[in-house]
Design a protein around this ligand. Structure first.
Ligand SMILES: Nc1ncnc2c1ncn2[C@@H]1O[C@H](COP(=O)(O)OP(=O)(O)O)[C@@H](O)[C@H]1O
Ligand SMILES: [Mg+2]
Length: 304
């Protein structure tokens, strides 16, 4: 698959402090790439460098296979973006704002209606934008970014500050873009749940370092399951298992923990234990959640 965005050792220092460190990011065509990281991780700085809004200290940006610096104009004319909050004229209506954008971008007039339809604002176009809710303003911002039906759409935390309903609406509209309109989406967020529900690929950034990059499936593949068995006599259980050549377990918190076992193994182990007179009181399957993986990668504690 073709890479739509690739960066090579992209680095940004602010006041001598490295905020984005040697980032090699690859976004493939048709992806919804979730760029995930806690506040201050370097997401906005990275996205600004992709759009020429911040100058890299070091490294290259290649978009649509072309070097950004040499092809800035043609790259930007095929890229829509919403970085931080949308810019609009509050005293003008949604439609008037869209018309301004359409003329600025030299986009076909019919795109106005099409973009407003995607973000489901077609019934609100005659209202002044200052009377829009936050969610409606965000959706207008996305419609403005879509005015040219770009090949690439870059959205920086587009659901920030929205209520769950607003978040869901934006998620649904983003999910429709690659298939329906052939738009590749790069979206940043600090919310794992958002990524989980819409991204096909994920990049996890923390303190300026890209810690993980890959498909959503490969991230989920890291969440291996394990089984714990609780019995009334762990010492005896251990003896029975070892003498029957079961060694892939350890004992933690009064439980036998098995990490590389399938259902048949567990059934056999249970039979062995019961036949040897060990009273088994619980067999449980556990799975590391994506949140556990994210916290492990970013070295943060789970907050309860
Ligand atoms: N223009 C700037 N000048 C100085 N420091 C900045 C500037 N922009 C961002 N930073 C710093 O860089 C770090 C990363 O910021 P940012 O990219 O906005 O993070 P994120 O978008 O992931 O929350 C933060 O510590 C922030 O304070
Ligand atoms: Mg940011």
């Amino acid at each position: 698959m073709a890479a739509i965005v690739s960066t090579h050792q992209l680095t940004k220092n602010y006041n001598g402090i490295c905020r984005v460190n040697d980032v090699n990011m690859t976004v493939y065509e048709g992806d919804i790439y979730g760029f995930l990281g806690p506040n201050g991780a370097g997401k906005s700085t990275t996205l600004k460098m992709l759009l020429g809004l911040a100058k890299p200290t070091r490294g290259d940006v290649v978009i649509f296979g072309k070097n950004f610096i040499k092809n800035r104009q043609s790259i930007l004319s095929n890229t829509g973006s919403l970085i931080e909050s949308p810019s609009y004229y509050g005293h003008l209506t949604g439609l008037e704002n869209m018309c301004i954008m359409q003329r600025l971008c030299n986009a076909p007039e019919k795109n106005i209606k099409k973009a407003l339809h995607i973000v489901r604002l077609e019934n609100q176009i005659k209202k002044q934008v200052k009377h829009y809710s936050l969610g409606m303003k965000q959706r207008l911002g996305i419609a403005m970014a879509l005015i040219n039906f770009p090949k690439l759409l870059i959205l920086d935390e587009p659901t920030n500050g929205l209520d769950p309903n607003g978040i869901r609406e934006i998620r649904e509209l983003i999910k429709s873009l690659p298939q329906k309109y052939g738009i590749t989406v790069l979206i940043s967020t600090h919310l794992l749940s958002e990524i989980e529900q819409m991204a096909t690929s994920v990049g996890i950034i923390n303190d300026g370092n890209l810690l993980f990059q890959g498909s959503m499936d490969s991230l989920q593949g890291k969440s291996k399951s394990f089984v714990t068995i609780k019995s009334l006599n762990n010492q005896l259980a251990e003896k029975v298992l070892v003498s029957n050549n079961h060694t892939s377990f350890n004992i933690q918190n009064d439980c036998l923990v098995f990490s590389n076992t399938n259902d048949t193994d567990i059934a056999d182990i249970n039979t062995l234990l019961v036949n040897a007179g060990v009273q088994v009181i619980r067999i449980e399957e556990h799975r590391k959640s994506l949140e556990d993986i994210f916290l492990e990668l970013t070295g943060r504690e789970r907050s309860l």
